[in-house]
Write a protein of this length. Structure first.
Length: 240
């Protein structure tokens, strides 16, 4: 895939290897990692972990949790495992090279407490598909749809387990229908806006497998101030 570059994160306290020309994580991953609130010793599965950024952030912030990242692309799976090792988290973060649609509950020593995913956002034939294969798979539903993601999450969770996802606000109906189809009741929803007065671009949703009805709509999250600088809330997400 070409050159791998080392970046730093969490004010230089975390190292991150990424392909310069392939898949690179975006602020979406930072938003989801902040949205998830694990219990002290929760066991988590990260579907489509990519370079492992969400698992790394959670592992760094919550020293009692264990995480299994699932990644279908070999180069990214190797990179995620390498990132866990160079940050001293390889004893608590393990990476499985496989299609999460095929992962059994036994392979993750399930049922687990939390499943998270930053899934492909765009339908396979909608818009221009990135010529870079890694980025195309990450952004378009080429290898998995939202139904595939939610179905896998539901299969790996125990009753009462949580599923957390970030998704385009314009596709909220698709997401909610999928969650309820596979027995996950939406419990927390937060809209994400670039700036105040902008329409929501993304939504963060957390649901509970087998949960009863009742959803809390949280205060909206704004990424930028009117002058283009990060809001205090957004800046805090980049801190350990």
């Amino acid at each position: 895939m070409g050159l791998v570059k080392q970046d730093t994160f969490f004010n230089g306290k975390m190292k991150l290897m990424q392909h310069q020309n392939g898949y690179r994580f975006s602020i979406d991953s930072v938003l989801l990692a902040d949205f998830v609130k694990p219990g002290k010793e929760d066991r988590i599965v990260d579907l489509g972990t990519g370079c492992g950024i969400i698992s790394l952030m959670l592992g760094y912030r919550y020293p009692g949790i264990t995480i299994t990242g699932i990644e279908v692309q070999e180069e990214l799976a190797e990179l995620a495992a390498r990132n866990a090792e160079i940050n001293g988290l390889n004893e608590r973060i393990s990476i499985i090279l496989n299609d999460f649609k095929k992962i059994s509950i036994d392979e993750v020593s399930g049922p687990v407490d939390i499943v998270i995913s930053n899934p492909p956002y765009r339908k396979e034939k909608s818009g221009r598909v990135n010529p870079n294969h890694q980025q195309a798979i990450a952004r378009h539903e080429i290898m998995s749809t939202i139904d595939d993601v939610v179905k896998a999450g539901s299969r790996l969770l125990g009753v009462g387990g949580k599923f957390a996802v970030i998704y385009p606000a314009e596709r909220i109906a698709d997401l909610v229908i999928s969650l309820r189809t596979y027995g996950i009741e939406p419990k927390r929803i937060q809209t994400v806006h670039s700036k105040p007065n902008d329409s929501a671009r993304l939504i963060l949703v957390s649901g509970v497998k087998g949960g009863g009805p009742g959803t809390t709509v949280m205060e909206p999250l704004f990424i930028y101030e009117p002058d283009g600088s990060y809001t205090k809330k957004a800046l805090a997400m980049f801190s350990p």
